[in-house]
Design a binder for this molecule. Sequence first.
Ligand SMILES: NC(=O)c1ccc[n+]([C@@H]2O[C@H](COP(=O)([O-])OP(=O)(O)OC[C@H]3O[C@@H](n4cnc5c(N)ncnc54)[C@H](O)[C@@H]3O)[C@@H](O)[C@H]2O)c1
Length: 486
Amino acid sequence: MNTSLNRRSFIRNTSVLATTLAMPTILPRNVFGANEKLNIATIGAMGKGQSDTHNVADLHNIVALVDADMNRAEGAAKALQSFYTDRKSDTKVNAKLYTDFRKMFDAQHSGIDAVIVSTPDHTHFPAAMWAVRHKKHVAVQKPMCNYIGEIRSLHKAAKAAGLVTQMGNQGRTMNGQREVKEWIEQGAIGTLKEIRLWTNRPIWPQGPLHKHVAETPQGLDWNSWLGQEVEEPYFTFDNGDHSKPAETTTKKSGRSKNTIAPFNWRGWWAYGSGALGDMGCHIMDATFNVLGRNVPIKIEAESSPVSDLTAPAWSKLIYHFAATDKLPALTVSWHDGSKDGKQNKPERDARVPEEAFSKASSGMMFIGTEATIFEPEAYCSNPQIFSLERRKDVEEMVKSGKIKQTEARSKHAGNPQREWSQGIVEGYAPSSNFDYSAPLTEFVMLGNLAIRSGQAVSWDSKEGRVTNLESANKFVNRPSYRKGWE
Ligand SMILES: NC(=O)c1ccc[n+]([C@@H]2O[C@H](COP(=O)([O-])OP(=O)(O)OC[C@H]3O[C@@H](n4cnc5c(N)ncnc54)[C@H](O)[C@@H]3O)[C@@H](O)[C@H]2O)c1
């Protein structure tokens, strides 16, 4: 009898249960031996994929590292060896290296239990779908996908396959957003009236950009990097004087000012999702949870020039939420980028001290009738109540049990990949499993739909359609898929 196969099918069976049970329901912990190790592959091994891999590498076997750039795949293998060596482990890296995840699945799928996807946004969908089709548990970086149609398809396919899923929005694993929900639901700030969110992103080239065809860097499998997107030659770009070749000197970080990869793909609709798509799954996460995980009914957008190719240098959005049995109808505003030489920030709520507000390059304000919760970061790791008098009262209410802990805490705060891997072996649903992260990502991406449409859009979540502006529906789905990547 092949025990490894039995274990894998058992994992699948328990996870069917796990994904249908929301936290805090935990299935019996001792289903697997304490030393049971998953075989994990990472797709997009360098960049964020490196820390995502290290988040689980001390507990599980890393059996494959895929990176579209072979130099970076080799770099990821070296970094993994240093990770073991630094921990005084005698583990030797024996992950196989690939530039094309399809070849990895062809060669190795029977020996893989679970897959981490940390590629640029556009290839989250095909890489995760390949994993789902091969019945592998999957942890995908944020945003889950950069088109709403893809978010919905991936969610549906993973659910039907009964897999344990996770998105890499680490704030969801932390205590801060749970506290904010408990405080608001139990009256700490009176009635919630409005939420204001902001980020200083983009910190990469965004706004009008101009392509220059260029030689593909040695080691980069450009076909694999493009994935399902339209075939075109490798390019560099500039954001001003089109007559000059783009400056592409590589910095120590491996990034260069005007190359599309690594990192700078973020401002391009085909590959990234702009400042909103990059930071929204973090900064809107606590809001999504507080508002009952609902999707907005209408989104208004204002932005600097936007094109079919690139996202704007700044944007302001107003998301409208309908009243629920717990909350009145309210708005959530989003501000990103820089406008007129200054960061495009919302108006400070008068209860929040000026100094704290001006230092916060990203943040959130939950404004209530009695008090305001201010979070000076993207992950909601350190929410603070203002005024200070009200904060003291709330601290007392928490101490005395008047405000209760109603949200289950994660055992792996700050580490979504580990929460996921342990969810697979222990049989529970990670906190940003696709039932949670698919509608969260849709909430975020609806903003991009409004930005690209240049008008307010009304959204029918059940039908997955814009109801007031037919032309906006063309942004719901990726326009085309290359043969071999469907
Ligand atoms: N949760 C967080 O805090 C956080 C932080 C940074 C990035 N991210 C997310 O992680 C993802 C990666 O971002 P990044 O900054 O590391 O990007 P990056 O471009 O720096 O790195 C991505 C890596 O994936 C490789 N790659 C590209 N296409 C591939 C493909 N088809 N198959 C295999 N490998 C491929 C690239 O060569 C590169 O090494 C993005 O979705 C981003 O939003 C999340």
